[in-house]
Design a protein around this ligand. Structure first.
Ligand SMILES: O=C1O[C@H](COP(=O)(O)O)[C@@H](O)[C@H](O)[C@H]1O
Length: 254
């Protein structure tokens, strides 16, 4: 890893302890962002992340000013919003249904456009512009916090190894219609969108992530999409459990 990137790798004995620490980070960053900018902009992932995030956060609902939260999805599957593969549905079941976040502050894909992935991405960009354009002078949205997962192949969001999507240096959100992990049709934030955030936090647990984490963190293998997430000015956090981090040389044991 480049030494210029503020890097924090924390490994917890259990997923439960990791959930407590992740909720601490979420609360702390929400307080900072709301004090500084009047709101907290968050990008959520699907997969294992929503459950780990919600486990402790829902126990301290009052610690977050939910009405000042704005949520996007770092990637979304092109399925109806109530489909079992929908990242929105997963986050609703695990988190949104348990906290007082106003529904209109959760930015979802437009289900009327599902036939055309380009149009879904364009519409999602318009939603991003509506929220970010008037406050950011940067060319990309600047999220307060992006919470990312890592697949065993090193994909993050819907950015997969070897795919053309990794080359995009202009767009904010793009279609991916050949995801090797089902369902195949998705949209995803691009690397520049990820890399302009104030804070990016990867969350990975379990033995199945050991080898890919070694390639990303110890070997900085630039063929792996997750290794290409290197915030330009922001902080990069890795929240791991001890099973996932077992093969790493660089880590702080909690
Ligand atoms: O397909 C996806 O997978 C990744 C990783 O999921 P995990 O279950 O290994 O944590 C996830 O971050 C992404 O949002 C999702 O669409």
């Amino acid at each position: 890893m480049s030494s210029s990137i503020p890097l924090s790798i924390q490994s917890y004995s259990t997923v439960e302890e990791l959930s407590v620490a992740l909720a601490d980070l979420f609360v702390t960053l929400s307080v900072d962002a709301i004090q500084t900018r009047g709101r907290f902009t968050v990008g959520l992932s699907g997969g294992s992340l929503p459950k780990i995030l919600a486990a402790d956060l829902v126990k301290r609902v009052d610690a977050v000013e939910w009405e000042k939260l704005t949520v996007f999805f770092c990637d979304e599957r092109l399925v109806p919003l109530d489909h079992e593969d929908s990242n929105y549905r997963l986050c609703r079941e695990e988190l949104f249904s348990k906290v007082p976040i106003p529904e209109e502050q959760i930015h979802k894909i437009n289900p009327d456009l599902l036939e055309n992935a380009e149009e879904v991405a364009e519409d999602y960009k318009d939603q991003l512009i509506h929220v970010f354009a008037h406050v950011n002078s940067a060319k990309f949205p600047v999220f307060d916090l992006l919470l990312l997962g890592i697949g065993p192949d090193g994909h993050t969001c819907s950015l997969f190894p070897g795919h053309q999507t990794l080359e995009d240096t202009i767009d904010w959100v793009i279609p991916e219609e050949n995801s090797p992990k089902p369902p195949p049709r998705r949209i995803t934030f691009t690397l520049p969108t990820l890399n302009h955030a104030h804070n990016v936090c990867f969350v990975a647990t379990g033995e199945g992530k050991q080898d890919i984490l070694k390639r990303i963190i110890d070997e900085n293998d630039q063929k792996i999409p997750s290794a290409l997430v290197q915030p330009v000015h922001g902080n990069l956090f890795w929240f791991l459990d001890d099973k996932a981090s077992a093969k790493l040389t660089l880590r702080e044991k909690k």
